[in-house]
Design a protein around this ligand. Structure first.
Ligand SMILES: NC(=O)c1ccc[n+]([C@@H]2O[C@H](COP(=O)([O-])OP(=O)(O)OC[C@H]3O[C@@H](n4cnc5c(N)ncnc54)[C@H](O)[C@@H]3O)[C@@H](O)[C@H]2O)c1
Length: 415
């Protein structure tokens, strides 16, 4: 392994802070002990935010131009955590400068840019540079356990999958316009939170083959311009001037996967649901479900009790389950886990790969940019279905051959 790794985060907004905290904590979980992780720089065009984040998370400095991070000799690894439309320029610049890059999902805001980024990643990887996308929910022990239940045949043949990701960050009309509300159809709720559900669905159900029943709706068609900086889902001072919302507040669709069929619904205007991601699979021998609202447990129903005890049982997650043992300072069952932990494990997996830890001894690798392109092709098919009044649209197979293939990911649930 290399002796030390210098890290930087570009974007000090909502998810950027999660990356900064994750790099700080990554060496405290799992084994072996990582090389020294040097927390070098936070980059944000809004200097006060970058400065505050650098101070808060213990990074040596802040930069307001990402090019200073690309040019810095003391930085090896960079997380790119800015608006999707900015990913391409920054990622390509960093890869050209030889930095290992972890880019947030979705890979970009257009498929053309995403494909160009995947080309750049392949060229960079040929030179020994690692480029990966953060599909953070693949780190969730509950989702990994559901995958294990399916792979082991414990819930039998999978009949169907159902999922929703309801959020309410846009449910009030006074929430200011930001990059999240501007872009083509499908770049709204679908691109933002549907991008998570689509890779989760493929992880559990196998590669997606076709989608149908696509429908988008924009409930709040214009929003006030902000006065000052908008970060994440924040509300604040707004002007009386309005800007149009150009993408979806709500999206729904059906899909046919390798293993089963399913339906997915996403929203950013679901009042009362700040972050309700919920998935359920139904099979010939039972069913299983997991929710981000209670991420430390999986509910399992098996046909082993057909009498008056039949029904769902609650399984508290612990060291007997994938990704759990060693993944927390106190890894006892029932201590509670959360979404921020997934960023820590994701950062750890990325650093293990950069450090040269063999794959067989590592956490499941972060996904490739080709997986990121496939994720966007899946969502583009939903947009096409919606544009055609719900028509059935084929989804191209994943060129990376990972999420699309059932049964090859056993290592993904091993640790
Ligand atoms: N994995 C997850 O659970 C998750 C959660 C939230 C967001 N995300 C992803 O993270 C990315 C960022 O989302 P967010 O909610 O943190 O956004 P945000 O709007 O909260 O923050 C973006 C930050 O980028 C800064 N910025 C803008 N242009 C910049 C530039 N050229 N150079 C450096 N900084 C610049 C802004 O000042 C802002 O602070 C998106 O791709 C989003 O999809 C992922």
């Amino acid at each position: 392994m290399t002796s030390s790794i210098g890290v930087a985060v570009i974007g000090a907004g909502m998810a950027g802070k999660a990356h900064a905290a994750a790099f700080r904590a990554a060496s405290t979980v799992y084994s072996p002990v990582l090389p020294e992780i040097r927390l070098v720089a936070i980059g944000d065009v809004y200097a006060p935010l970058g400065q505050e984040a650098a101070k808060r998370f213990g990074f040596e400095r802040h930069e307001s131009d990402w090019k200073a991070i690309a040019a810095a000799d003391d930085i090896d690894v960079v997380s790119v955590v800015v608006a999707n439309s900015l990913h391409r320029e920054i990622v390509e610049g960093l890869l050209a400068a030889g930095k290992h890059v972890l880019c947030e999902k979705p890979l970009s805001d257009t498929i053309e840019d995403a494909r160009a980024m995947a080309d750049a990643a392949r060229e960079a990887e040929a030179r020994g540079t690692v480029a990966r996308i953060g599909f953070s929910y693949l780190r969730a022990p509950g989702i990994a356990f559901m995958r294990q239940l399916i792979d082991d045949g414990r819930i039998g043949d999978v009949f169907h999958f159902s999922a929703h990701y309801w959020t309410d960050y846009g449910c009030r009309p006074d929430v200011p316009i930001s990059w999240r509300y501007q872009g083509p159809a499908g770049s709204g709720a679908l691109g933002d939170v549907g991008s998570h559900l689509s890779y989760i669905a493929e992880h559990l159900c196998g590669g997606v083959q076709e989608v149908s029943g696509g429908r988008f709706h924009t409930s709040i068609t214009e929003r006030p311009k902000p006065i000052g900086q908008v970060v994440g889902h924040s509300r604040g001072n707004v002007s009386t001037e309005m800007s149009p919302v150009t993408n979806d507040d709500y999206a729904t669709f059906n899909a046919k996967f390798e293993r089963c069929v399913g339906s997915i619904e996403v929203s950013r205007v679901a009042a009362g649901h700040p972050n309700s991601l919920s998935i359920e699979v139904f099979g010939s021998k039972g069913a299983a479900r997991w929710s981000q609202t209670n991420p430390s447990q999986v509910e399992v129903m098996l046909h082993d009790e057909l009498g008056d005890l039949a029904g769902y049982r609650t399984v508290p997650l612990g060291p007997a389950h994938p990704h759990y043992a060693g993944g927390w300072a106190m890894d006892a069952p029932g201590v509670g886990i959360g979404q921020n932990d997934l960023f820590v494990h994701q950062a750890r997996a990325f650093l293990e790969e950069v450090a040269g830890l063999p794959e067989a001894e590592s956490l499941p690798r972060c996904k490739s940019f080709d997986d990121g392109v496939h994720n966007m092709e899946f969502l583009a098919a939903v947009a096409e279905s919606a544009a055609q009044g719900g028509a059935t649209v084929q989804v191209p197979a994943n060129a990376a051959g990972t999420t699309n293939t059932v049964g090859t990911n056993t290592q993904e649930v091993a640790r």
